[in-house]
Design a binder for this molecule. Sequence first.
Ligand SMILES: C[C@H](O)CC(=O)SCCNC(=O)CCNC(=O)[C@H](O)C(C)(C)COP(=O)(O)OP(=O)(O)OC[C@H]1O[C@@H](n2cnc3c(N)ncnc32)[C@H](O)[C@@H]1OP(=O)(O)O
Length: 660
Amino acid sequence: MAKKIGVTMEVGNDGVAVITISNPPVNSLASQIISGLKEKFQDANQRSDVKAIVLTGNGGRFSGGFDINVFQQVHKTGDISLMPEVSVDLVCNLMEDSRKPLVAAVEGLALGGGLELAMACHARVAAPKAQLGLPELTLGIIPGFGGTQRLPRLVGLEKGANMILLSKSISSEEGRKLGLIDELVPPGDLLTTSRKWALDIALLSDTAKALVHVFFAQRATSKVPKVTDVGLKPRPMKKVAVIGGGLMGSGIATALLLSNIRVVLKEINSEYLLKGIKSVEANLKGLVSRGKLTQDKASKAFSLLKGVLDYSEFKDVDMVIEAVIENIQLKQKIFKEIEEVCPPNCILASNTSTIDLNVIGEKTNSKDRIVGAHFFSPAHLMTLLEIVRTENTSAQVILDLMALGKAIKKVPVVVGNCIGFAVNRTFFPYSQAAHMLVNLGVDLFRVDSVITSFGLPLGPFQYISPSCLVVLMLGDLAGHGIGIAVKDIYAKAYGDRMFSSPLTELLLKSGRNGKINGRGYYIYEKGSKPKPDSSVLSVVEESRKLTNIMPGGKPISVSDKEIVEMILFPVVNEACRVLDEGVVIRASDLDVASVLGMSFPSYRGGLLFWADTVGPKYIYERLKRLSETYGGFFKPSRYLEERATKGMLLSEPKSSRSRL
Ligand SMILES: C[C@H](O)CC(=O)SCCNC(=O)CCNC(=O)[C@H](O)C(C)(C)COP(=O)(O)OP(=O)(O)OC[C@H]1O[C@@H](n2cnc3c(N)ncnc32)[C@H](O)[C@@H]1OP(=O)(O)O
């Protein structure tokens, strides 16, 4: 049978034109294929019924690149005119400049000119195990369809140069990790997913919707009923006292100084004070060395700092922010003292992350002036500021702190008073779920890699909560001792839904304290990326023996999707409780807080926006099934159950009606 050679185009009812290269066996780019592609792209660009384009190859192979037979003919005949002059016209003018979104559906292989065509598309969807590479150098030529430029842009200069110079191909799985491939799907889903991608780009992509949501959600945080709508005016905050010059205190002081606010930094002795002042200086120097601040501005900011060992400078401060260690008695004593020495209107704020503000202010008569100013570490860099109000905090005090937050370039989110407040409370199941998975037999490095693929910057075993409280985010960067210290406070508050894992204690016992001593789940060496430490697996085994939760003593088998669900659905579940208890004013506040406080990917719109796109019913049913198999940790909350059964979104305000 004659080989069917050519390029076809089919336009579906969805307005997607599928352009298919057919030149068996590898769909090489012979002259007639290149002219066929040119013609079809021109046609698709002109036709008004075509909204988007998908480019693919026939017979399970995208394309093996330019037709090498042409080179052979040129060598034989010396006729250079046999080489088609196409790269600029086809790849740049017609494909890359096309106003219609173009998605490559890659299967089998995309080599040489084949990969270059795919890279000229706006996105690439691939089936597993596809071979991707630019092997031109093995033929004594360089990639001629723009691959030398596009590959390094997509995978980074080092990797790109490596692939070109060594003619090294990679799999689509590796391509997905490097950013060359946008989505990996089973072969049967390749065309459907590529069409969806093309239409998403053509219409409003999910990413754009999510980012626009985050934009407006961030603006909505500045509207607080009965605070910002009752005609109050914020009072000027010119001089602020910070008590405690540790990591948090010095970071908070730096943030204030950078916005020209005079800061009095108080410590208990001159050694600690000097340390605190040096930390502020180092923070400022860091900004200068990274080009974020001029030396002049850094010097001006530093000149506004005054270190003190007593309260004499407190008589004219507008606000005090206490940032000492999490010790109830100490905080109560400090609040009693500052109530006496500060002016009667001075705001008395605490940077606590675990202790109830009502308890902190118990011994004072100034409960209306007491408020939480919960910064995230490093406080001079992280933009989230949780403003924690009690039932007694006055509207004026909340407004003042919101205005101060904005002045120091933070995004203030007003939240209610509970253990962990909004962010740490919502995310406390995050690392617990990861620990449960590992105790159930799942590889911990896989868990980290799945979570980073989802879009969080680090996996749960590397991660540190950027809050001064390291909650139960027992990642290497935190230093594992800290996590254990606060575990009890959470267990007391939310013990009925906690998973207790001995893994962290065992890790510490084995001499690993995370990044602090260069060894945790990963090995940390100066100047190189953390490396998974396989010797930690014996510690993991010990933990598994103790928890003994693997069904039938065998590791469970889970897909990557299930790993994401088992880690993030319990977080969504806790977010539902936070909403139900009115800890946040609106669901979108938690989206902003999760993006800015926990680096939840903004392109997913924040935690609850993402959960609503997944669907409350699906999340409820998954959690219900998981709780039947693995116990109460996964038990769906009342709020989630109600939303799922009524067909309501999690983010819908309580009063609104069901959409069904
Ligand atoms: C402008 C650009 O930058 C320039 C370019 O694109 S230059 C071309 C770059 N591409 C390449 O170097 C790929 C070369 N091909 C290969 O490495 C391998 O053939 C392959 C990995 C694609 C497939 O391997 P495999 O499945 O083992 O099949 P293999 O027997 O090698 O090839 C099958 C047939 O396809 C042909 N073929 C493969 N690639 C071809 C190509 N690019 N052009 C013309 N024919 C090609 C082979 O000659 C062979 O033909 P035959 O059946 O008549 O003998």
